[in-house]
Write a protein that binds this ligand. Structure first.
Ligand code: PHB
Length: 396
């Protein structure tokens, strides 16, 4: 039977980044991914990298294409009824951000893992994980050819997204909790063949609802419109999309650029935090443990922050047989998750109008947003939360 120090379930941001960082610490791992490589590399998700994530990519040899191709921005705009206020992220915080789609991030890490001799089993589903309360983990899986296999490991990390079945054993622990929040709105996301509306992102609030202008390349744009959580793609004709985008974003000096829409999807808004994120030799990372709504663009960055703790902690455990950092993984990771949760909730509630909300709430919400934008202290607070804190570092 084969053995690996760390078995990782899921080739998403958490799993791939973890495997790469472990390799940098001289610890090998195996990644199991139920989808095909093409599927992982083509699924469109969010697209903002914090400075800490960009630094990690650069410092560990995965940042070259991001530096060449990403839109590196020093500001975002927040618009109220077409009136834009610039938040000078770099001037206020010294940090930049990159608009670099998650699937491009994943492509870079998959290529690097393969170039470094790493093992990623695509089209491979994990059937059972056992032994995490004991001395050794056993992972039973069905390989690409449909054959049942087993692998043993010292540790197992679930980075398999918000539907992870491995949260269940963690939540069986005494005192374990999963806090959740549902939002009364969602986003309708589109991809468009069009020139950039503007280089920097625009977060726009309007009586008709929120809109976000983001970008993918010079010729492909990513736009979002606030919609109802149970809206379907069929309810949003191209005409309706364009008329809503123009109404919510346009101003005398800026018009949303139009083109052929080639992708439409509804994104649900949810918040969830699992605490702790570990049980014995089993660890949760990224969306398997927590979910944030997309407004703050924190999802991928939080997964990276988790594994910035977990990688040195596992390396110390594997190489030195010292579990002190590993035992504190949840305590070290959870406070950052709550801060991101708060920020995403705060941004979401300031920028979205809730259908049926009393006029009082509507006015209060706008007054809050205007107060934040009107003072340097307010803009600095928003900018600091948006660009995120540096990633933690630990000696192995
Ligand atoms: C995106 O480009 O997909 C994106 C950008 C900023 C956000 C969320 C999503 O806050």
């Amino acid at each position: 039977m084969s053995h690996t120090p760390v078995a990782i379930i899921g080739a998403g941001p958490a799993g791939l980044t973890l495997s790469h960082l472990l390799h940098q610490h001289g610890v090998e791992s195996v990644i199991f991914e139920s989808r095909s490589r093409e599927d992982v590399e083509e699924t469109v998700r969010a697209g903002v990298l914090e400075q800490g994530t960009m630094n990690l990519m650069r410092e560990t040899g995965v940042g070259e294409r991001m530096d060449r191709e990403a839109d590196i921005d020093e500001a975002i705009d927040i618009s109220i009824d077409g009136l834009r206020t610039r938040i000078e992220l770099t001037e206020l915080t010294g940090h930049q951000m990159a608009v670099y789609p998650q699937h491009e991030y994943l492509k870079d890490f998959i290529a690097k893992r393969i170039a470094d001799g790493g093992t990623i089993y695509f089209n491979t589903s994990v059937d059972e994980v056992s032994g995490y309360d004991g001395d050794r983990v056993t992972v039973s899986y069905t390989d690409e050819k449909g054959e049942s296999q087993t692998l043993t490991s010292d540790y197992v990390v679930a980075g398999d997204g918000s539907k992870s079945p491995y949260r269940k054993p963690v939540l069986e622990l005494d005192g374990a909790v999963r806090d959740r929040h549902e939002y009364p709105y969602a986003w309708f996301g589109i991809l468009v063949n069009a020139p950039q509306t503007q280089k920097e992102l625009i977060y726009a609030t309007h009586d008709q609802g929120f809109a976000l202008i983001s970008t993918r390349t010079e010729t492909v744009q990513r736009y979002y419109l606030q919609c109802n959580p149970d809206d379907t793609v069929e309810q949003w004709s191209d005409d309706r999309i364009w008329s809503e985008l123009h109404a919510r974003v346009d101003s005398a000096d800026l018009q949303v650029s139009e083109g052929e829409i080639f992708d439409k999807a509804v994104l649900r808004f949810r918040s969830a935090v699992t605490d702790p994120m570990q049980r014995g030799r089993l660890f949760l990372a990224g969306d398997a443990a927590h979910t944030v709504p997309p407004t703050g663009a924190k999802g991928l960055n939080l997964a990276v922050a988790d594994v910035a703790v977990l990688a040195p902690a596992l390396a110390r455990a594997v190489k030195r047989n010292n579990r002190d950092l590993l035992d504190r993984y949840s305590a070290l990771a959870v406070p950052r998750i709550w801060k991101a949760q708060h920020f995403s909730y705060w941004m979401s509630s300031m920028l979205h109008s809730v259908p049926g909300d009393p006029h009082f709430q509507h006015q209060r919400r706008l007054a809050e947003l205007e107060s934040v934008l009107a003072t340097e202290a307010g803009r600095t607070y928003l900018a600091q939360q948006y660009v995120g804190k540096d990633l933690p570092t630990f000696e192995v």
